[in-house]
Design a protein. Structure first.
Length: 393
C-alpha cells in the first residue's frame, strides 16, 4: 500500500511535518488518501529531448522563492566574423535583498568556439547592493580570434582592397564601482586592463609600424544618471553617462593616452506591447593610442551590419532608434535605423563618410526580461547576422 499526503489549507512541508503529530486527525488541514500500489512502469519516462523542451518551456517563469535563479542555454550560431560556432551560457539572476528598492543583480558565464579557430570565454555582470546603494559592473574575457583588418580610418575601412586576415589574442578586464547619490546619480572609479597581440598578419604594412603586442593599464571615473527600470532590457526611463579613462606612462603603459566615452539612451513604452529605444553615443581618444584600443563603429553591438572592427579611428559617433514589439507569447521583433562614423578630426565628417545601419531582429524570451536576440543588419555595402543575449543597448 502507498500513502499520499496532499495539502489542503496549508503547505505540503507543513502538512508532512504535522503528520507525525496527529495529522490524520486534522481533516480540515490534511487529507490522507490510501490507494493500491501503482507499478512504476506505468509512469512514462521522458527522453532527453522532452526534458530539454520542458526546461526551456519553464525558463521564463518567475521564481520569487529562489534566492539565485540559474539557467543554461547553448547551441550553434553564426556571425560574419566567427562563421559557424557553438556557444554556451550560464545565466544567474539574484537579489542581495528582497525589497522593492533593490533591483535584480545578474551574472553571465559564457564560452564559445567556432570552426575558424575562434574561442572566447569570460564572465560579466552587475552586482547591486541592498537598496541600490552601490553597484559593481564587471566584464572579463579571454579570446583567440581569427579576424580581418582594413587599417585605421574611414578611407582604409571603406577600401575593400585592404581586407586582410590576422589573428587576435586578447585578454581584457574592466570594473566599475558606482555609488548612488540623490536623483538617480551614480558616481565612482573604474579600472581597466587590456592585453592584445596581433599575429599571422597577411599585410603588416596596414599597422603602419605600430606595436602588435600591447599591454594597457587604466584608471577612470564614471558619472551617470540612470532612471531605467532594468538596465539590460529597459522599457522606460533614460540613461546619461560619461566615462573618462586614463592610461598614463607611470602605470607601466608604453603608450600614454586617455579616452572619453559619452552615452545618452531613452526608453518609452509607445503602446502596451511596444517600446521605443533611442541611443546617442560617442567616443574620443587622445594621445598615443594603440591600434587595438581605438574606438570602433560597432562597439557594444548597437550599430549592426558591419564586420567587427572594420571601421576604427581616434573618434567615433553614432545615433540609433529602435522599435521593440512583442508579438505572441515569448516572441517579439525589433526594427532599427541609425547612422555612425569614425574620424580623426571633426572636419573629416561628411555625407560620404556616414555609415548607415538598419535591419530587423527576432527576440525570444529566454527568462523574464532576458531575451535571446538574432539580428540581421544592413550597412554600407555590408551586412551581418548577430546572435546575443539581452538587447543591443
Amino acid at each position: 500500500m502507498r500513502i499520499f499526503v496532499t495539502a489542503a489549507t496549508i503547505g505540503v512541508s507543513a502538512c508532512v511535518a504535522s503528520a507525525g503529530n496527529g495529522c490524520a486527525n486534522q481533516t480540515d488541514s490534511c487529507n490522507i488518501v490510501i490507494q493500491d500500489s501503482i507499478p512504476a512502469e506505468t509512469k512514462p519516462r521522458r527522453n532527453i529531448i522532452q526534458k530539454v523542451i520542458d526546461y526551456f518551456g519553464q525558463t521564463n517563469a518567475e521564481k520569487p522563492e529562489k534566492k539565485f535563479d540559474i539557467s543554461v542555454i547553448g547551441g550553434p550560431s553564426y556571425s560574419a566574423s566567427t562563421s559557424f560556432e557553438i556557444a554556451g551560457l550560464v545565466s544567474g539572476l539574484y537579489k542581495t535583498r528582497r525589497d522593492s528598492l533593490t533591483p535584480r543583480s545578474d551574472i553571465s558565464i559564457y564560452a564559445e568556439g567556432s570552426v575558424t579557430g575562434f574561442y572566447n570565454f569570460g564572465i560579466r555582470g552587475n552586482h547591486i547592493f541592498p537598496a541600490d546603494r552601490m553597484r559593481i559592473v564587471y566584464d572579463a574575457n579571454f579570446c583567440h580570434f581569427p579576424l580581418k583588418f582594413w587599417g585605421i580610418g574611414y578611407e582604409n575601412g571603406f577600401n575593400k582592397e585592404n581586407e586582410s586576415k590576422y589573428t587576435l589574442l586578447e585578454s581584457a578586464m574592466t570594473m566599475q564601482f558606482l555609488w548612488k547619490l540623490p536623483h538617480s546619480i551614480f558616481l565612482g572609479p573604474s579600472a581597466n586592463f587590456n592585453y592584445q597581440k596581433a599575429t599571422k598578419m597577411e599585410r603588416p604594412e596596414l599597422w603602419n609600424g605600430e606595436d602588435t603586442k600591447v599591454f594597457c593599464y587604466g584608471l577612470g571615473i564614471v558619472f551617470s544618471i540612470d532612471t531605467r527600470d532594468l538596465a539590460s532590457n529597459a522599457s522606460k526611463g533614460y540613461y546619461i553617462g560619461l566615462h573618462q579613462q586614463f592610461f598614463p606612462r607611470f602605470m607601466g603603459n608604453r603608450h600614454a593616452f586617455s579616452m572619453t566615452e559619452v552615452s545618452a539612451m531613452y526608453y518609452r513604452q509607445v503602446w502596451s506591447s511596444g517600446v521605443l529605444a533611442c541611443r546617442l553615443h560617442g567616443a574620443a581618444s587622445y594621445g598615443d593610442v594603440p591600434w587595438g584600443m581605438l574606438p570602433t563603429l560597432d562597439k557594444g553591438n548597437a550599430i549592426r551590419g558591419y564586420y567587427e572592427g572594420r571601421y576604427r579611428d581616434k573618434n567615433e559617433a553614432d545615433i540609433l532608434v529602435e522599435l521593440r514589439q512583442h508579438i505572441w507569447r515569448r516572441n517579439g521583433i525589433v526594427i532599427w535605423g541609425g547612422v555612425g562614423t569614425v574620424f580623426s578630426h571633426l572636419n573629416q565628417v561628411g555625407w560620404h563618410t556616414l555609415l548607415p545601419s538598419y535591419g530587423i531582429g527576432y527576440r525570444w524570451e529566454f527568462k523574464k526580461k532576458v531575451n535571446v536576440r538574432v539580428d540581421f543588419g544592413i550597412g554600407k555595402h555590408s551586412q551581418s547576422i548577430n546572435f546575443g543575449i539581452n538587447e543591443a543597448f
